[in-house]
Ligand binder design. Structure first.
Ligand code: ATP
Length: 378
């Protein structure tokens, strides 16, 4: 990586372009943490510079002309290249208005002092640190650049807690006050933006601590999530209360959350259920993700859910509606009833026989059912 940065610096000098390593990688470099991705900021035109680098490294390139940014894909990592810019927020939580700027305006648009340091990639390799981010790294402080920071962009509330917990830092006193004052504004963020932040938090190692802290601050209540439960590993579904579904969930996540609730409501019934057909009837139709989630969370019902997933849910009938038609049964809701009853009987081992005879056995069972129906009707 060092070689690549040297090379980028060399090319930039030759082209007379000012290029900087910025944000996360500079912070991680100073903290001696592993650097995951390279973020480069170019004073001038990021895309043109990315094209020059593409030729040199002979690698993949994707450009985003609307943002004046590009990504280079090298063998083991990627390099994001942006054009230095200035951002202003016309109103709180709006997306920023972007204009060209230099490295200073680019650093000034950022979230915290620890993320607002640049390292020039020319031979001098100097830090540009207008907000004393290096001091804050030393002191272990997360500090905003200005008073309106959280109001302009409340996603920074999530980011502040994320970095604080990740690095075991503290919120600087004034920052903490400003953060607490801005919490209500989270309401104004779109569900998509909240979702992005939640997904990033869930990737963090100390996610339990992060969500506990967000709970204490009142953030979880606003976005309709529960606090993490002690002893339960924190996944998205462990934080969802199906009675107050968060707005940022996808349709399938909603269904999974509802499935988890269904299993909880039927837990006592499931504990008592003995026959495979009883277990099947309780759990059929619930999404597999809900079943797996509950299975890992509740040892008492784990065995039954496992049996359902591995065995009962895979049992299928040999016969279909066609066979019922052939028996001369008039089409209607009775088809579903007959097939379901036959399947339940099969689950309980009431329909046995060699594979070649199974169709016959199932048809025989349907016939006995029909006799019962007939007798009932009479
Ligand atoms: P991570 O290690 O989690 O990737 P990062 O600092 O690289 O941390 P990114 O989300 O990749 O974080 O953002 C890159 C940089 O862009 C940040 O370091 C910060 O300077 C800036 N940035 C990101 N999000 C915001 C924001 N909401 N407001 C202001 N600046 C931001």
């Amino acid at each position: 990586m060092q070689n690549i940065l040297d090379k980028i610096g060399e090319i930039a000098e030759k082209e007379k372009i000012k290029v900087y390593l910025v944000g996360g990688p500079v912070r991680d470099f100073i903290m001696k943490n592993e650097i995951k991705d390279i973020d480069i900021c170019v004073e001038g035109n990021g895309i043109s510079f990315a094209k020059i680098l593409k030729k040199y490294f002979n690698c993949g390139l994707k450009t985003y002309s609307e943002f004046n940014t590009a990504t280079l894909f090298l063998a083991h990592f990627s390099i994001d290249i942006a054009t230095s810019r200035k951002e202003t927020y016309p109103y709180p939580t709006s997306l920023p208005v972007v204009e060209n700027g230099d490295i200073f305006t680019d650093l000034a648009r950022r979230d915290f002092t620890i993320n607002s340091i640049a390292l020039s990639l020319d031979k001098k390799r100097g830090f540009i640190d207008p907000f004393s981010g290096r001091d804050d790294i030393k002191k272990g402080l997360v500090r905003v650049l200005h008073k309106k920071s959280f109001i302009d962009d409340p996603t920074r509330i999530f980011r502040a807690i994320r970095f604080k917990q990740r690095f075991d830092f503290r919120l600087e006193k004034e920052t903490k006050k400003l953060l607490k004052q801005s919490i209500r504004i989270i309401n104004k963020l779109s569900p998509e933006r909240i979702r992005t932040e939640i997904m990033l938090l869930l990737k963090e190692q100390k996610k339990e601590e992060i969500f506990s802290q967000l709970y204490k601050l009142g953030v979880l209540d606003i976005i309709k999530l529960k606090p993490p439960q002690p002893g339960v590993s924190t996944s998205l579904f462990a934080l969802i209360d199906p009675d107050k579904m968060p707005d940022f969930l996808t349709k399938s996540e909603r269904q999974i959350a509802q499935g988890i609730l269904k299993i909880s409501l039927k837990e006592d019934l499931l504990k008592k259920a003995e026959k495979p057909s009883q277990i099947y009837q309780i759990l059929f139709g619930i999404p597999e993700e809900s079943l797996v989630f509950r299975m890992n969370q509740k040892p008492v019902i784990k065995g039954k859910i496992k049996e359902f997933l591995n065995v009962y849910n895979k049992v299928k009938l040999e016969i279909t509606g066609r066979d019922l038609e052939k028996l001369g049964i008039k089409k209607g809701p009775i088809y579903k009833e007959l097939l379901t009853k036959t399947l339940l009987a099969k689950l309980d081992g009431k329909i046995k026989g060699k594979q070649v005879h199974l169709v016959e056995e199932e048809i025989n069972f349907v016939k006995t059912l029909l006799i019962h129906f007939f007798l009932d009707i009479r």
